[in-house]
Design a protein around this ligand. Structure first.
Ligand code: MN
Length: 328
């Protein structure tokens, strides 16, 4: 995987305080398959479960890993968002991003794009032309992070986070590589600036290795498997496409299985995420996530009236018929 790698023996080691309250998984969910955008397949572990379990996260879309043939790669043409943040982490392949506030760039090779939609933004997320022409491996994740009521109408913001910006850590035995993309882990801060307190990690756990880490007691805790297999907590199995929701405590422990499947030669690839629940009512419809139904209706009206922002003029020539459907 072209996610960033490092010699784990040279990295700071995670340490867990003596006699921690280990969190145990109380629910395991297998991701459902959906078609997104122009028709690319995603695995979605949540929503689909009680949203309160994932709060402050709203959605996790695991894109791929898929080997596209020439002409097959697809994206999501111009569409709006309001009331939350989208976080796109690309492991293999690339997404070309353009938005209505002038943000944009190529997200590739372990880079993360953090887009705060806030009051409103329009964006376009598509594979670059040369990747569409040539085909190739595509693997990434999009996470939706909710905004509290007071920040739903905040000014949109775009953060371009390179793979090399991530804080890199290792497990006590040196057998796991942890990339802190946002938030903080054991006193090490990741690069992503977040509006509400969360931690977001990608860990590669070598076959047979154990990864233990302190975890804030006031955060929820979720582990999602990108590839490979292992166990969480005292020994609950967790495989590719599965999400574990943890109970209370102040530390997490996971272990990679001694043998890994052929599609995961680097080990067990997992995302670990959690945050302080926002605990507010959620009204969501399509690309808008607000607190009340009235605010959703307002978002549609604002979008239709062009008040939510406009597709930049220089991109209008590149719109497709799919774009027109969205703005009717
Ligand atoms: Mn989007």
């Amino acid at each position: 995987m072209p996610a960033i790698t490092a010699d784990t023996l040279t990295l700071p080691r995670l340490s867990v305080p003596a006699d921690p309250a280990w969190r145990e998984p109380y629910k395991v969910v297998t991701a459902q398959k959906f078609l997104e955008g122009e028709g690319f397949q995603v695995r979605r572990p949540f929503p689909g479960v009680d949203l309160a379990l994932a709060d402050p996260f709203l959605l996790l879309d695991h894109m791929g890993a898929v080997e596209y043939g020439p002409g097959e790669a697809k994206g999501a043409p111009w569409h709006p968002h309001r009331g939350f943040e989208t976080v796109t982490y690309m492991i293999d392949g690339a997404f070309q991003h353009t938005d209505s506030i002038g943000g944009g760039g190529l997200i590739t090779d372990g880079a993360t794009q953090w887009m705060t939609a806030g009051a409103g933004i329009l964006h376009n997320e598509v594979p670059p032309q040369e990747m569409v022409a040539r085909g190739g491996l595509f693997h990434g994740v999009q996470l939706w992070v909710n905004l509290p009521r007071a920040l739903k109408m905040t000014t949109p913001r775009y953060q371009d986070i390179q793979a090399t910006d991530a804080a890199l850590l290792s497990s006590e035995d040196g057998g796991a590589l942890v990339r802190v993309i946002a938030g903080s882990l054991d006193g090490h801060d990741g690069p992503g600036a977040t509006h509400s307190p969360i931690t977001y990690l990608h860990a590669t756990v070598s076959a047979g290795a154990r990864l233990a880490m302190p975890w804030p007691a006031d955060y929820n805790a979720l582990v999602y498997v990108l590839s490979g297999r292992g166990t969480v907590g005292a020994g609950r199995p967790l495989e590719e496409g599965q999400l574990a929701v943890f109970g209370l405590g102040d530390a997490l422990s996971v272990r990679a299985a001694d043998t890994q499947p052929a599609n995961s030669p680097t080990g067990w690839e997992i995302l670990v995420l959690g945050g302080a629940p926002i605990n507010e009512p959620v009204a969501r419809y399509g690309p808008f996530v607000m607190n009340t139904r009235e605010e959703i209706v307002q978002a549609f009206e604002d979008f239709q009236a062009g008040r939510l922002d406009q597709i930049p003029a220089e991109h209008l020539a590149h719109r497709t018929t799919a774009d027109d459907k969205l703005v009717e």
